[in-house]
Ligand binder design. Sequence first.
Ligand SMILES: [Zn+2]
Length: 293
Amino acid sequence: MSSAAADQEGAITCPYCGDNVPALVPIETGMRLRLQENAQVDSIPETVCDGCFKMMAKMVSKGAVLRAEQQAKEQNRLMLWRNRVQLVKQAKQHLAQKNYSDAAVSFEKYLRVLEIVYECKPGELSPDLFKNEARAQEMTVITSVYWDLMRIYDTHQTYRERQFKAAEKLAAFVRFTPIFPHIMRKAESQTRSAKNPDAFQKFLKLSNAKRPRCFIATAAFQGQRTMTVETLCSFRDQYLKTSAQGRRWVAVYYRFSPSVASFLDKHPRLKPATRKLLAWIANSRFVRNRLNT
Ligand SMILES: [Zn+2]
């Protein structure tokens, strides 16, 4: 089935949670001491991924005097966060052995862990929680989990309702991930081969309605609404689309940008340079002048 594209994106492994990430951040002495004293977390590595760093910073910032009960809760959250990757790995192993119900249980546990860590109600995970760059990669994992769940739920009639819920969640998350075109293609083929094609059709309908329009910006900026993306979209809508020539350029852009986007997804190392180039274009006098008039 699907592989988490996030796993391939970076070459460095976070020593705390085991995620593959583009970069690690150091934990300075002050924070290390506060983690040991206030949260009683031992064995903290020198460097961790951005996601782990944010979780740890959050724990520390909750104040020096945490009540024992609260402290236990925070420690538990950090442990859950750390072990969540393991749950996905377990689920994938079950899946490889066609052990669908155990796979579903592990995937559902992973989603439950995220709900606890992000303090939201069951079934209420939303992309808003993962907006910043450090968490954006998690959305690819979430997307692949919902996709696998949709396939698993397809094996039995009793899972129909859950399958439709997973379709909704998948549509909400997929547009923020680099695996968007990949999942869309697979869903299209499922509408012909699935036991319950309606669920896949529902997913396609929902995600087509929300389909991102700037493919390069989506791939390069991983779906985040940065200033550059906003500026380029305004340039398209307020300037290019107002003339016949401009509309032709927009059409050309949309003809080529899906291939550029998938090229970028295959070569993520080119993304920072692409972001710089797009930012340069968005800040250029040419674009600025046309937006101000
Ligand atoms: Zn980590």
